[in-house]
Design a protein around this ligand. Sequence first.
Ligand code: MV4
Length: 445
Amino acid sequence: MFKKVLIANRGEIALRVLRTCKEMNIKTVAVYSTADKDALHVRFADEAVCIGPPSSTESYLSIPRIMAAVEITNADAVHPGYGFLAENADFAQVCDEYDIKFIGPTPDMIKNMGDKVTAKETMIKAGVPVVPGSDGLVKSVKAGLEVSKEIGYPVIIKATSGGGGKGMRIVWSEDDFETQWNMARNEAKASFGNDGIYIEKFIEEPRHIEIQIIGDQHGNVVHLSERDCSIQRRHQKLVEECPSPFMTDELRDQMGKAAILAGKSINYEGVGTVEFLVDKFRTFYFMEMNTRIQVEHPVTEEVIERDLIKEQIKVAAGEELSGNNYFPQLHCIECRINAENPYQDFRPSPGNINYFHSPKGHGVRVDTHAYAGYTVPPFYDSMIAKLICRAETREECITKMERALDEFVIDGIDTTIPFHRQLMKDERFRNGDFHTGFLNEFDLK
Ligand code: MV4
């Protein structure tokens, strides 16, 4: 097992990882920018190293600065958390070269899943269902028009370096194709420096349902059931839950098998998430694979009673997985509490929290780095807490979430709490009748 883990991240996930390390008797090293000098991950870690100014590019995204911190503290492994360098193949590669264990998959796996066309080709070979579309990259408008005619409109143009919705364009008819094609190419070039694009049939009103998997270094891969992440706004998830209200035992079995196939086909090592689009007929299609621990991992932890960070560290250290696939025993919902004003188009609201009271009680978990007196810096992601509730049924879970949201007091900044309070009362949400376009039709009062 590792002796000392450097946590190359900040905020709630840095705290989350260091708590598990402590429970595993592993020493921890925090890194921080000057904007985070008063952060809890700095205070709770065994050692802390300042790695630069507030700007992420000069701190949490700087591979040389993080490797310098690894070197001076003599850490033997790095946990990247999510965001920042978590899916950066170069970082994983540099760790390998310095003989430091990157707690995650190999650089090759990160690279292959990061390129969406390569990922899709890999899934086709493995026998995982994918959305009908172009055979790899599309080179010209003429070729694009041909495939689109063949698969039928509407189609969606996607960037191979994309993900999370950037560089995506929906095309409703042939007349519209060239304009959208040019926009997609330019956006891809500007955002990723790679204008490679591909085309798929556009699946209307899909649900976003993802399967959590874990693989070890001995070829074992199991799935840990699903998370429904359909409640999103501009590709930012706001609520995640398990079980999905749309799930059936049969569909879970099929999606679980597909996710395991996906993992086994690349000898996947570590925790990973296979994202699927699910249409109204419960047909599912591979969308993307995330090669990191995700923000919403606690939803799975709460329904299967396992610490996913602990499992992640164990497989990274070479331990063999024990146990089989896991199935949800309870219902869990997570609400992301962001420092944003939901009445002003979710505009970021950084600043000082002068009063902070966290909800408590049976089945209530709050993962947060915030506290009374904490100042939310304007430089990073606006998520300041995850409110996670679990109960025996979905209905009880929603009621508990309403109670917990009522107890939550955060003064000094605006948060997404009022949005969640209204969502929990929404008839369609309560009926489980929603898809990824749900929030476009949601009026905040
Ligand atoms: C799609 C799609 C419909 N059809 N692909 C959005 C981000 C990226 N992960 C892929 N996305 C989508 N791909 C086809 N063929 C609809 C979306 C999509 C979406 C997916 C998941 C969650 C929210 C979404 C919001 C808008 C569009």
